[in-house]
Ligand binder design. Structure first.
Ligand SMILES: NC(=O)c1ccc[n+]([C@@H]2O[C@H](COP(=O)([O-])OP(=O)(O)OC[C@H]3O[C@@H](n4cnc5c(N)ncnc54)[C@H](O)[C@@H]3O)[C@@H](O)[C@H]2O)c1
Length: 429
């Protein structure tokens, strides 16, 4: 098939590379000049396992190309896939301006029947509105086909998704879209457009609720002297609950969960329904970052002038993405309290630098970050941190040798035996 992918970000670039790898002819449109330049040189602007190889293969085979604007004319039987960003507006609503811009362009550019696939995450009801506003009486068949891939394992998730959701007004069109994924073995759910959009948001709302739930239980464990590791294991073995997303910590961040939770909350309110559970979930997530700083403040007897090493800036390990990362809020809160902050992350330093105050020191590794530190706060559970030489780190730190393990990722007993004062999230001391 001829496929045009609009937007070469995490979702678009993954889709373009994998679809080209499946033998389709893919033209990917990216309007950011510096990204486009890199892509045409075979360099991925995002960090994803396996993407560099697929990108180079696609370019070399001639199946994959990158351009800055829609090809003219768009050939008949082309499938168009929209993968542009849908960030948050200040209200919390999804910012659909990039979607509208693309829709307006397409409306004027298309003469032959084609399928338009929405892979970007858009609030329930958006597809139907887009069709009414832009595509009625055009040869465009609109399909909602939300994406569920996770950053840092995007390629793996593309080939092994838990399900493929296709929302279309016409079953024949849905079947055509299903053929696009013929090289993928996964359950396919075919539904109407709005239900497909709702599946994506409901899935993310459920996952963030699970995260905030376990964080609340972890906070409860601290007040009851119970141990969250045992509690999470004990409830996760119930197959109705399951063990995933029961890791207590500093809460969720990243490019999807926070904005999608807020966007669904806003979309529901806009329709007159108050999603109370989701609101509290969002509030608990914000509180979790604040609580960590309060804990440090209490344990250090104040933060002014204290040397603190913050480990991890990416919102999760194995990515350089810092969007809505808890580390940014925590760094600011510590800075505002007068702490002297040194930060380190294996990949996300460049992305984080413009977002943090200029007084924050960017260290070159975990060891230089922790020299003279009174306390360490671990925000992202990189393997590099878990397997660091903690004995060496202890020797170069200052009293009270405090570690706040914000992800319950470090070996508590081992660190305590080395003389650290260890505090986790909901872990018994
Ligand atoms: N990142 C994820 O893990 C993930 C997972 C599932 C769903 N999603 C959803 O997929 C969508 C895309 O997310 P992302 O993380 O890939 O975003 P992103 O910001 O990484 O990428 C979007 C890309 O689109 C480009 N772009 C914007 N407008 C354009 C235009 N008019 N023409 C050409 N290019 C344009 C941008 O320059 C950018 O490179 C969002 O709606 C997101 O919620 C993301």
């Amino acid at each position: 098939m001829n496929i045009v992918v609009i937007g070469a970000g995490y979702v678009g670039l993954t889709a373009a590379c994998c679809l080209a790898n499946a033998g389709h002819r893919v033209t990917c449109i990216e309007n950011n000049e510096s990204k486009l330049k890199l892509l045409n040189q075979g360099i991925s602007p995002i960090q994803e396992k396996g993407i560099d190889q697929l990108l180079k293969q696609g370019l070399a085979s001639g199946k994959l190309s990158f351009v800055s604007s829609l090809p003219k004319p768009i050939e008949t039987d082309t499938v168009i896939m929209i993968t542009v960003g849908t960030p948050s507006l200040p209200s919390g609503a999804a910012d659909l301006s990039s979607i509208y811009q693309v829709a307006a362009e397409l409306k004027n550019a298309i003469q032959y029947p084609l399928i338009l696939i929405m892979k970007s995450t858009v609030p329930p009801g958006t597809g139907v509105k887009l069709v009414q506003r832009y595509f009625e009486n055009t040869p465009i068949s609109y399909v909602a086909n939300p994406e569920f891939l996770r950053e840092e394992r995007a390629i793996e998730d593309w080939y092994h998704p838990s399900r493929i959701v296709i929302g279309a007004a016409d079953n024949k069109i849905a079947e055509k879209v299903r053929q696009l994924y013929s090289d993928i073995d996964a359950p396919v759910i075919i539904t109407d457009i709005t239900s497909a959009e709702t599946i994506k948001y409901a899935a993310n709302a459920f996952l963030v609720t699970k995260i905030s739930f376990i964080n609340e239980i972890a906070n409860l464990c601290e007040t009851m002297s119970a141990n969250i590791d045992d509690v999470a294991k004990g409830i996760g073995l119930d197959t109705r609950i399951g063990p995933d997303f029961l890791r207590a910590g500093l809460g969720y961040g990243g490019s999807c969960f926070p904005k999608d939770a807020r966007a669904l909350d806003f979309a529901a309110l806009n329709k007159g329904y108050d999603l109370r559970l989701l609101k509290v979930t969002i509030e608990v997530n914000t509180k979790q970052r604040i609580l960590a700083v309060h804990k440090l403040k209490q344990l250090l007897g104040g933060l002014a002038g204290k040397e603190i090493a913050l480990l991890g800036l990416a919102f999760k390990p194995d990515t350089d993405d810092i969007r809505e990362s808890p580390s940014i809020d925590i760094a600011y809160l510590l800075y505002e309290e007068g702490a002297k902050l040194r930060v380190y992350d294996p990949t996300a330093m460049q992305n984080a630098r413009p977002l943090l105050p200029s007084e924050v020191t960017f260290a070159t590794d975990i060891y230089s970050a922790t020299v003279g530190a009174n306390a360490i706060i671990l925000v992202t559970e990189w393997q590099e941190f878990i397997h660091a030489d903690w004995q060496t780190i202890k020797k170069q730190m200052n009293q009270p040798y405090l570690i706040l393990d914000g992800r319950n990722a470090l070996a508590q007993d081992k660190l305590m035996a080395l003389g650290f004062k260890y505090v986790g999230v909901g872990r018994r001391l």
